[in-house]
Ligand binder design. Structure first.
Ligand SMILES: [Zn+2]
Length: 484
């Protein structure tokens, strides 16, 4: 959910099976079976394919699905809310895809959830809710990822076509926020559309569909719900996907259970950064998260299921290494700072050579800057007394893997921004020279990543199954139908 997982992890054993309590209206929900029954997928849907699939569902089931236009993106793309079974249940839930448009597992999850709710009146009745689904709340950003969606298993291809919006352009992190020195209220049309949907649905369960990149599964919850934890552990385990029990995404996060973190407030994050002596609101910061808004404004239980595309056995190796955790943070922090310096230099050299206001160029430059900030955070954590202990192999892998991910993603984004700037550049030859110099760095990063790559892609249907199963489990909990 925060920029990139630093998590390593390990598989958990001994979790109980997942079933729904037999209800007075029929058979058990059998969430484990449902999670394992997602049809095979080899790619992710393009924006138009996703929109058409939802339009077709709405057209075929006009009495069950109501579609509402929430607004349009900055580029004029429609943003729709599809409500299934309006007024039919005691509860209301909202599920939102594309909050980070580089995270498309939720596209399939949103569609699969909609199809199952429509096809299965008994399940709908048992969950006792109406369901709002926004297939993609950032259509512009999603389009900028379409270059890799049909070939998602190849990590280098993915990095070459990857786009993540700058923090102040992310729908997820642009809800109003005012705390101490931080003041953010620059809501984008997409964020206003999402806020309208949240206020309209007043959700009991709010699910922003995120995913990570490599490692294992982990979750965020806006409040402690111990009855839910066994199900959240058992669903990925049954599908052979490890839990991620290593490094959290940020040092201030509190674990409610293994691989389940409290979705702490942005105020907490601010205070934590301040306590480390770091700037809690550097230029370009965004605002509060959609989950924080939904839980505070309407008392929603906010659930996030973070899922990787690739697994690597090293992410589960909890043996101790010879390296101190503090040294690991310092070493990988330095490599992150080096990356930031290379990317910032390219941006500085091309300062007057392209339009930096496009989402791609703005994002590329923001992440160049953020690499420097991330290095500072890692080093500040390394100076904390609790960092004076041996690192585990999983932590070492997780920290090194995060550097690799940043090199591939943000090197790729900067190269793409430079390349796309060529057409309108006042000095294309000078811009091409900047791109050539950066390309030599990127070649080195790609070669190093390929040489050390022991990852394997996880079947997409299994990832969708985990996210779908987690949503059903949370909805069953709120309906009083989750087995203890
Ligand atoms: Zn995310």
């Amino acid at each position: 959910m925060t920029p990139g997982p630093t998590a390593a992890g390990g598989a958990r054993t001994g979790s109980p099976p997942v079933t729904g309590r037999p209800s007075d209206t029929g058979s058990p929900l059998d969430i484990g079976r449902r999670a394992a029954a997602v049809p095979p997928k080899t790619d992710f849907p393009l924006l138009d394919e996703l929109a058409k699939a939802f339009e077709d569902l709405a057209a075929r089931h006009p009495n069950l699905v109501a579609t509402r236009r929430l607004g349009r993106s900055r580029d004029g793309q429609p943003i729709n809310l599809h409500v299934i079974g309006r007024g039919q249940g005691r509860l209301a839930h909202l599920v939102v895809g594309g909050v980070h448009p580089n995270e498309p597992i939720g596209s399939w999850t949103a569609l699969h959830l909609a199809e199952q709710l429509i096809q299965d009146p008994a399940m709908r009745q048992q969950l006792d809710a109406s369901w709002g689904i926004i297939p993609c709340v950032d259509p512009d950003g999603y389009r900028l990822n379409e270059g890799w969606l049909k070939n998602p298993a190849d990590r280098l291809h993915y990095a070459e076509h990857f786009f993540r919006p700058a923090p102040d352009d992310q729908v997820e992190w642009t809800f109003p926020f005012h705390y101490k020195r931080a003041h953010f209220d620059a809501m984008m049309p997409e964020t206003r559309a999402l806020k309208e949907a949240i206020d309209l649905m007043r959700p009991d369960l709010y699910v922003a569909l995120h995913n990570s990149e490599l490692g294992g599964v982990y979750y965020y919850l806006s409040r402690a719900e111990p009855e839910l934890y066994p199900a959240l552990h058992a669903i990925p385990q049954a599908l052979g996907i490890p839990l991620d029990e290593g490094e959290p995404e940020s040092g201030h996060l509190v674990a409610l259970a293994p691989a389940i973190f409290a979705e702490t407030s942005l105020e907490d994050a601010y205070d934590w950064m301040e306590s480390l002596g770091l700037d809690p609101c550097p230029p370009g910061s965004g605002g509060a998260s959609s989950g924080q808004y939904a839980s505070r404004a309407h008392g929603a239980l906010s659930l996030i299921a973070e899922l990787p595309y690739w697994r690597d056995a090293r992410a589960s190796d909890t043996r101790l290494t010879q390296e101190a955790y503090a040294d690991l943070l310092e070493r990988t922090g330095q490599r992150t700072a080096d990356l930031g310096a290379v990317l910032t230099q390219a941006a500085d050299e091309a300062r007057d050579l392209l339009d930096w206001t496009t989402p791609l160029a703005h994002g590329a430059r923001a992440f160049a800057q953020m690499m420097g900030d991330a290095a500072g955070t890692a080093r500040a954590r390394g100076r904390q007394p609790e960092a004076r202990r041996p690192a585990t192999a999983a932590e070492r892998f997780g920290c090194e893997e995060t550097v690799r991910m940043f090199q591939l993603r943000y090197g790729g984004m900067m190269l793409r921004a430079l390349g796309e700037g060529l057409a309108g550049s006042p000095d294309p030859a000078a811009l091409a020279a900047v791109a050539d110099r950066l390309e030599r760095h990127c070649e080195g990063w790609r070669a190093a990543a390929a040489a050390d790559d022991a990852s394997e892609p996880i079947p997409i249907a299994d990832l969708v199954g985990v996210q779908y199963g987690a949503i059903l489990a949370a909805a069953a909990l709120l309906a009083g139908r989750l087995a203890p």
